[in-house]
Write a protein that binds this ligand. Structure first.
Ligand code: AMP
Ligand code: ZN
Length: 133
C-alpha cells in the first residue's frame, strides 16, 4: 500500500529502530513506547488485522513475536510481558497495517491494561452459544 506508514517502514523508506527482520516479517521499537523495549511485529505484506490476514502469514508473524521475546529474555532478562493485537476502530486500532505489540512489563512500571469484567453475564452464555451453531 502506497500510503501506509508500516508498509514504508517494512520497505525501509521510513527509518525505524529495527530489532529483527526476515523475508516475511519486521520487528521494530514502538515510537511512543508504553514501557522500555515496547516493540511492534508486522508482516511485510499489507494486511489490516487478524480478520484479513491468511493464517499461514499470521503464523509467520507470531513466530517472529516468539523470536523477539526469546531475544529479550536472553539479552535483557525479560520475565514479564503482554502481547496485544488491536483490531478495528472499536478494538482501539490506530494504524491499519497489522501489528502485534510486545509490551515488556516491569515492577512498578505504572502501566495497566484493564478490562472491566462482567461475571454476572454467565446467564447470557447459553443464548450466546446458540449463535455459534
Ligand atoms: P495501535 O493503536 O494498536 O494501532 O498501535 C499503533 C502503534 O504504532 C502505536 O503504539 C504507535 O506509537 C506506533 N507507531 C506509529 N507510528 C510509528 C512509527 N513511525 N514507528 C514506530 N511506531 C509507530
Ligand atoms: Zn501497510
Amino acid at each position: 500500500m502506497d500510503n501506509c506508514i508500516f508498509c514504508k517502514i517494512a520497505r525501509g523508506e521510513i527509518n525505524s529502530w529495527k530489532v529483527y527482520e526476515d523475508e516475511h516479517t519486521f520487528a521494530f521499537l514502538d515510537i511512543s513506547p508504553a514501557t522500555e523495549y515496547h516493540t511492534l511485529v508486522i508482516p511485510k505484506a499489507h494486511y489490516v488485522n487478524v480478520l484479513d490476514i491468511p493464517a499461514e502469514v499470521f503464523a509467520k508473524v507470531m513466530q517472529t513475536v516468539k523470536k523477539v521475546v526469546n531475544l529479550y529474555q536472553e539479552k535483557l532478562g525479560l520475565e514479564n510481558l503482554q502481547i496485544i493485537h488491536n483490531a478495528g476502530q472499536e478494538g482501539q486500532q490506530d494504524v491499519f497495517h497489522l501489528h502485534i505489540h510486545i509490551v515488556p512489563r516491569y515492577k512498578n512500571d505504572g502501566q495497566s491494561v484493564t478490562l472491566t469484567r462482567q461475571p454476572n453475564w454467565q446467564d447470557k452464555f447459553s443464548d450466546m452459544m446458540k449463535k455459534l451453531n
